[in-house]
Design a binder for this molecule. Structure first.
Ligand SMILES: C[S@@+](CC[C@H](N)C(=O)[O-])C[C@H]1O[C@@H](n2cnc3c(N)ncnc32)[C@H](O)[C@@H]1O
Ligand SMILES: [Zn+2]
Length: 189
């Protein structure tokens, strides 16, 4: 396994309670290409990593394929900003039964564990969370509840699944799309 150095950089201060980020590794995934794996158990609610959103892609700063920047690693923020994902987050695959989710505070995005994650488990997010009008492909996540054809768009999920996912929706996304979420809730009364 290739060590994901940035993700394991948490240290301990002397006499100071210092949170330690879980160690992660990048390795071949049974789902697609490479994936991110927990090296040690991660408790529910733990911060797995902070997303590095520093590389913004726009008209003046386009992708540089000659420097290894590719469209597949773009990420779409709730305010419409497009960023380039770095490692290890760029290697996180999608699952229709994810074990992690993104939560923002002050527009800084963190990846949190949705449930207890065992050592050796692959880290997954549901790409439909916090996305609208994204790309589509045949999902190979292999879970019993796999939706099959995947579309990166929260609002195309079945209404019950959208409601089930509300606690895991990024507050930033929920704020931007408050009217659509209110409609979802009102229609289920
Ligand atoms: C950012 S990459 C994910 C990491 C990638 N496996 C790697 O090697 O770096 C996103 C792409 O991985 C593929 N992918 C991720 N999860 C998948 C899944 N469950 N089924 C099929 N393809 C998936 C899709 O092609 C998607 O556009
Ligand atoms: Zn699936």
């Amino acid at each position: 396994m290739e060590a994901a150095a940035r993700a394991g950089a948490g240290g301990r201060g002397i006499g100071v309670e210092s949170p330690k980020r879980p160690r992660l590794a990048i390795a071949a995934s049974p789902i697609q290409g490479r994936g991110v794996f927990a090296v040690e158990a991660i408790r529910r609610g733990a911060v797995i990593l902070r997303m590095d959103d520093s590389r913004v892609i726009d008209g003046q700063h386009p992708l540089r394929p000659e420097d290894g920047e590719f469209a597949i690693h773009r990420d779409f923020l709730p305010d419409g900003t497009v960023t380039l994902m770095f490692s290890p987050e760029r290697h996180i695959n999608h699952s229709c039964e994810p074990n992690s989710y993104i939560h923002s505070a002050n527009r800084k995005r963190f990846l949190l564990a949705m449930r207890e994650i065992a050592a050796g488990e692959e880290i997954f997010v549901d790409y439909a969370l916090n996305a609208v009008d994204g790309d589509e492909w045949e999902c190979r996540c292999n879970v019993p509840t796999c939706r099959g054809y995947h579309k990166c768009d929260f609002f195309t999920l079945a209404p019950q699944l959208q409601r089930d996912y509300l606690p895991f929706l990024d507050p930033w996304f929920a704020e931007v799309h408050a009217a659509r979420i209110q409609r979802l809730l009102s229609e289920s009364l």
